[in-house]
Design a protein around this ligand. Structure first.
Ligand code: SF4
Ligand code: SF4
Length: 315
């Protein structure tokens, strides 16, 4: 490593490399505590909006201050990976969210972030303290993405990038290197409100508070127990996750044109018969490499039964 770049040059090189690796966007934020987010998170938890996701209350201090998680943390390098696969690939009675139609994004994002880390260490600066995250630890990812200039947090609580909208995975490298930060993104939803009106379970409050305990993504994926009966008629065909509030968002109109080739869509059967007759072996074959695999056959099968209308007979 000769001619160690200054923090402006280093930041530019890292962002360039992230795009070369196949990420859709990359930005940088300086590490600081997040007192406003801490206050909102505290209230959100007090309201019980996390449902049975008790783990969201764990590591509260670390969640709102990365310096408590990574020693001497100075910068958060945030990457986005657009996964706006074409919704036309899905037909029939049963639907799964787009993120579940390809490789497990946790693994993909972490694999390429590890390459980015190697590049930084080999070409830019030694790192003595560094951690990689993707939806896997107490990191307020959307806030860091916003602070890194990559978009704003919409009323549906998704990070919205001005070009490719909200269908993007977020990953972070938290490092002890001092890098030139980007300006935080200052956008907002204006008076749109499409997602609030479209949400079939009323999970989004008009002020942008998400009651996750009512959200179909939570009910069909995170909740270990069966979806409570009052929601049975509101799943809109979704047996895993839900994209409705993103599908109606005007910022996603051109999203498909930006989908990254890093994340590969796999063949998900679209015929109703597949879902209705799916055996544990079929689930294994089709979803072994998908994020859906973590949810497990039993839960997905329960959801299928609810959507098909046969759940009552099986209880
Ligand atoms: S994912 Fe579906 S259920 Fe959840 S907030 Fe969005 S529209 Fe509502
Ligand atoms: S649908 Fe409208 S209100 Fe909802 S996130 Fe998109 S822009 Fe914001």
């Amino acid at each position: 490593m000769s001619n160690v770049p200054d923090k402006i040059e280093a930041a530019a090189l890292i962002k360039k490399k992230a795009l070369e690796l196949g990420f859709s966007a990359c930005g940088i934020a300086s590490v600081s505590s997040l007192p406003e987010d801490a206050a909102m998170l505290r209230q959100w938890l007090a309201n019980g909006y996390n449902g049975r996701m008790a783990y969201l209350a764990n590591h509260f201090d670390k969640r709102t201050n990365p310096a408590l998680m990574v020693e001497n943390a100075r910068s958060v390098i945030v990457v986005l990976l657009s996964y706006a696969v074409d919704e036309a690939t899905q037909s029939g009675k049963y639907r799964i969210a787009r993120y579940a139609k390809g490789d497990d994004y946790h693994l993909v994002v972490k694999q390429y972030l590890a390459e980015l880390q190697r590049y930084i260490e080999n070409e830019i600066t030694p790192l003595t303290s560094v951690r990689i995250f993707c939806d896997s630890a107490p990191v307020l990812e959307r806030r860091w993405a916003q602070r890194a200039g990559l978009g704003f947090i919409g009323t549906n609580r998704c990070l919205i990038h001005p070009d490719f909208g909200s269908f993007c995975f977020i990953g972070e490298l938290i490092v002890d290197a001092d890098l030139e930060p980007d300006f935080p993104h200052g956008g907002d939803c204006g008076n749109c409100g499409h997602c609030v009106k479209a949400c079939p379970t009323g999970a989004i409050e008009p002020d942008g508070t998400l009651n996750a305990s009512k959200c179909i993504s939570y009910l069909t994926v995170e909740l270990k127990d069966q979806v409570p009966a009052p929601y049975n008629s509101s799943l809109k065909g979704y047996v895993a996750g839900c994209d409705i509030c993103q599908n109606v968002c005007p910022w996603n109109k051109n999203a498909a044109a930006f989908a990254s080739t890093l994340w590969k869509q796999t063949r998900v059967p679209t015929d109703d018969a597949f879902w209705e007759n799916m055996t544990p072996e079929d689930f294994d074959t089709h979803f072994r490499n998908s994020a859906l695999y973590r949810t497990g056959y039993k839960k997905i099968k329960q959801n299928i039964d609810i959507v098909s209308g046969s759940a009552a007979g099986r209880r």
